[in-house]
Design a protein around this ligand. Sequence first.
Ligand code: ASP
Ligand code: MG
Length: 416
Amino acid sequence: MRLIVQKYGGTSVGSPERIRAVARRLVKTQREGCSLVAVISAMAGVTDDLIKLAHEISPEPTRRELDILLATGEHAASALTAMAVNALGAKAISLTGAEAGILTDPVHTKARIANISPKQIQELLAEDYIVIVAGFQGQSAEGETTTLGRGGSDLTAIALAGALNADACQIFTDVEGVFTCDPRVVSDAKKMSEVAYDELLEMASAGAKVMQSRAVEFAKKFGVEFEVRSSLRTTIGTIAKEATPSMEDVVIRGISLDRHQAKLTIAGVRDEPGVAGRIFSNIAAAHIIVDMIVQNASIGGTTDISFTIHEDELEDARKILMPVVSEVGAKRLNTASGVAKLSVVGIGMRSHSGVAARLFKCLGKGGINIQLVSTSEIKIAVVINEDDAERAAQLTHEEFGLTTLKPAPSPAQPPG
Ligand code: ASP
Ligand code: MG
């Protein structure tokens, strides 16, 4: 029998009606002849509310208790889903992460999965139960409840699919799949039929958040293919998998935008060991997340270092850097908010040349100035004026032929 692991996110179980719809889909899938494990997230907003509540009680809630508290969100949603399945006359049972055999390290609120012993799940599947697993949580070797970091139900699903050697892993969410660009920005953005793990990871780091990045990394490491698809519709979603040679034929798979960025440039920095370390340790000590870092080649013994951060952190960063700039004898600090980062991502870049030239020419034709550039093997990112961001995405989308891609096939499937 085909074994499927399905994951339902917070919005998919956000109300009693939604939970009943999930239950109908589960029962229907089982009746089609599948063994079924469903990983359930807390109902939409519940985790945020619990975190808020904890901070109203204590400015620094104990991490152990935070895990006990947060795990209840998934307990509730999975029990309710099991009840809804039972009410339809099918057999379901809900399990906590610990009962599902998910063993983690002891790091509260961001534990890593160490091992999975899915014996209990397998026994229940053999008795025809639909097994509903509370996502986002596990148990340490000491028997302590742990959680897997925000968005961690994705990781639960991927890891279970791997451990159970499932035939399919489906991540049901409120979007239809992974798109070539945000459809609110580029109206003719297309749903991708497939995406390589690495591309999905790059797109997530570039602002297109569809899945928890740790879950995608786990899937890549253990070769767990999965599909991102809509819980509201029956259309096929996007398959994430290891890159295949034919995937390299596509030059650019997708485009992401990161808005509300700020750019900082420290000009006239002495070109000598330790200076960059000084600057960035100060930024890191304040827990400010740095994105792009660009250092120029030095001329006359000095160089410029530029980097980007989120706009909200610009004031803090400026305060921290002013004294550092004079300490290291740099000439000045320039800052600008209101910039955006546009990234084009595709493993096709490994085998196609001239991608950067094409991107720069396209932006140049549109009168869009490029302020910073950084690249990885499969990504080119440019910092531009935020006011140009949407137009830049549209022009780039068209330049790389994403507008004319055939939409992913959506074979007829009865509603669930
Ligand atoms: N409920 C958790 C969160 O909101 C886990 C998840 O949704 O995957 O982060
Ligand atoms: Mg979620």
